[in-house]
Design a protein around this ligand. Structure first.
Ligand code: SF4
Ligand code: SF4
Length: 347
């Protein structure tokens, strides 16, 4: 055992004291994150965007954004906040960049894109690490209350989360892969927006975390997949094991999807319901609530969020979904053999 001469304490004890102090400092930093200049500048930039008259605002039917980071910080329980800080900070910087860079848009942005431009966007997005890409117009009803977007034309993106770590849900490694995907997909949206600006187009990166619009219905409209009973989009590439983001752009003639071949997933979900049975706090509705205006609610937030917050972002409903384990086409062909008419749905 070594000793520190000046205070006459064993060096191991001093090392432990330093470790405890560092952990307390990190915890306090995390708990006060919502009051830091980084967080307040994100709020200010969002407010400035809403104050503009030339943007797409929410309407009366628009959903409210669930402030997941703030609510998590308020609860301050569960999870490994110190360990997540190195992933959380660059994610927050990415969110701020997505809002700040709107001011870099050309004064009079180009509105017409060519087939070559769309090919370039797609190969750039996939090269950067996106899993799939689609296009949709954004109706005001999917813009969050008190938020706004600059353009109503959206490039929708999905990005895979690491399967091995999601399969450990709920766990620290699982929570880490969720946060890392937010960070990395956020970087991709910022880079695509910057690239579009260089070509003379206007763009707004819609960050996957704290975005300005509700992504799952937009991703469905863009043909990236179909909503499962777990309230998550089921994609052919990785099932529900993805995060979503958008890049809003001045390009008005994007190759928008007019049909979606994944609607059969609705029927598959009806006879599956594994996620509903396995959700630890029983937060998933067996029958989603239909609000009659195109909006559906799949999850009872009051039950999901406390568990989500206490158990590392949960993600059990992603882990247990058959589309996380088996190839989409295999599930589809087996289901088709069982119920031949089920996969004819197209919307
Ligand atoms: S995240 Fe967890 S608690 Fe929330 S709906 Fe999914 S399984 Fe249930
Ligand atoms: S677990 Fe089953 S019911 Fe739930 S989303 Fe996946 S396929 Fe649908």
């Amino acid at each position: 055992m070594g000793f520190c001469r000046s205070v006459d304490l064993p060096t191991e004890k001093i090392a432990l004291e330093i470790k405890i102090l560092w952990m307390e400092h990190t915890l306090s930093l995390i708990r006060n994150l919502a009051k830091t200049p980084l967080f307040t500048s994100i709020d200010r930039l969002e407010d400035e965007l809403v104050a503009r008259s030339d943007v797409v605002h929410a309407n009366k039917q628009s959903p409210e954004r669930f402030e997941i980071i703030r609510e998590n910080l308020k609860r301050s329980s569960g999870g490994p906040p110190g360990k997540l800080l190195p992933v959380m900070l660059p994610t927050l910087y990415g969110i701020r960049k997505s809002l700040r860079s709107i001011m870099d848009n050309p004064t009079i942005p180009k509105k017409e894109g060519s087939a070559e431009l769309f090919k370039q966007i797609e190969s750039y997005a996939l090269k950067l690490g996106a899993s799939s890409i689609g296009y949709t117009m954004v109706p005001a009803c999917w813009v969050f209350q008190e938020k706004a977007i600059v353009f109503e034309n959206a490039i929708m993106l999905s990005m895979e989360m690491d399967k091995a770590r999601i399969d450990t849900a709920p766990s620290i490694p699982c929570q880490k892969t969720v946060m890392e995907t937010y960070r990395d997909l956020g970087k991709i949206t910022n880079r695509i927006a910057a690239w579009l600006r260089k070509q003379g187009y206007g763009a707004q990166a819609g960050h996957p975390l704290m975005g300005q619009a509700l992504y799952p219905p937009l991703a469905q409209m863009a043909g990236l997949g179909w909503m499962g009973l777990n309230g998550i989009i089921i994609t052919p590439e990785h099932g529900p094991r993805v995060r979503l983001a958008a890049v809003y752009t001045s390009v008005e003639n994007l190759p928008f999807s007019d049909q979606n071949e994944h609607a059969w997933v609705v029927d598959y979900c009806k006879q599956c319901k594994i996620c509903i049975r396995k959700c630890p706090p029983g937060a998933l509705y067996g029958e989603p609530m239909d609000h009659g205006n195109g909006q559906m609610t799949y999850i009872e937030n009051r039950l999901c969020f406390p568990y989500f917050s206490d158990y590392y972002g949960c993600s059990v409903c992603v882990k247990v979904c058959p589309f996380n384990h088996l190839p989409y086409e295999k599930i589809k062909s087996t289901f088709e053999a069982k119920i031949p008419s089920a996969t004819n749905h197209q919307y």
